[in-house]
Design a protein. Structure first.
Length: 92
């Protein structure tokens, strides 16, 4: 369902919006409608639990996909040493 809305725009705003619409090859009305939908997140649809689970599984497949070639840990000494190297510019 859609509704027709009439807008009154300042000449300057109209010119800018028309130029933007023309630059991507759509009508001014479509440009404004898309902008409003994006601005207000009207097109974002809620995902079902099944879709969320599929997305989670797809995301989890990436866990551990990068191998740095050496073990890493969460110990503070190692983290502090990495930070000191990073801030000192010593990347060797």
């Amino acid at each position: 369902m859609s509704e027709v809305v009439t807008l009154e725009l300042r000449d300057e705003l109209y010119a800018v919006l028309k130029q933007q619409a023309e630059s991507v090859g759509i009508s001014l009305a479509e440009w404004i409608a898309v902008g409003l939908e994006q601005q207000n997140s009207l097109l974002i649809q809620s995902k079902t639990e099944a879709e969320k689970e599929v997305a989670r599984q797809r995301f989890r497949r990436h866990a551990g996909a990068i191998d740095l070639g050496y073990p890493t840990g969460a110990d503070n000494v190692s983290i502090d040493a990495d930070l000191i190297r990073a801030y000192s510019g010593d990347f060797n």
